[in-house]
Design a protein around this ligand. Structure first.
Ligand code: HEC
Length: 157
């Protein structure tokens, strides 16, 4: 029923789409277009929102015993971190340092499904997050673990 109602609207949008392609806003020379595209890539503020959300959800997944989900969140966090290293090279050193000093222990604890080691690694990592904020001149940005996960995913195995 809903599909029946939606179909004409989708067709109308498809027709309009031929007149206004999604990339019509991208104008100028190829260089100018590349610059425009580069400028809208996510900076560290945007990336950190995803990064911290994954970090929080990783905690609750591990606490709930869904170690696979915790491992997944860590992998995804690293992927978005790499985007940050690319778009904000000035911050790459701090991010790499954090990865080596804090995420390694977290990864090992998740791999071993070791709740005690995980708790210690997580506490250490939070210190690492906030140390970097301080080092980079953002000492007013302090991560604290939210009381509940932000993700709707099931945290038990
Ligand atoms: C390079 C060192 C560095 C590391 C490591 C780091 N951050 Fe950040 N973070 C920053 C910087 C710099 C900002 C400010 C964003 C900007 O430059 O616009 C920030 C901003 C944030 C913000 C605010 C985002 C917003 O705009 O609302 C959150 C939340 C955050 N970080 C969480 C974390 C968490 C959680 C960790 C650890 C898992 C972490 N950060 C690790 C450098 C770091």
């Amino acid at each position: 029923m809903i599909a029946g109602l939606l179909a004409p609207a989708v067709v109308a949008m498809a027709i309009a789409g031929t007149a206004y392609a999604g990339s019509d806003w991208l104008t100028g020379s190829t260089d100018e277009k590349l610059t425009s595209l580069a400028e809208i890539q996510p900076g560290l503020g945007t990336i950190m929102i995803e990064y911290s959300s994954r970090f929080t959800n990783l905690y609750y997944a591990a606490k709930g015993g869904n170690w696979k989900l915790a491992g997944y969140q860590l992998k995804e966090a690293l992927e978005i971190q790499e985007v940050g290293e690319m778009t904000r090279p000035k911050r790459a050193k701090g991010l790499k340092k954090f990865e080596e000093e804090s995420l390694g222990a977290l990864s090992a604890a998740i791999e071993a499904k070791d709740a005690t080691a995980f708790e210690a690694a997580f506490t250490g990592a939070v210190k690492g997050c906030n140390a970097c904020h301080s080092d980079e001149g953002f000492d007013f940005i302090v991560y604290q673990l939210p009381e509940a996960p932000t993700s709707p995913l099931k945290n038990t195995p």
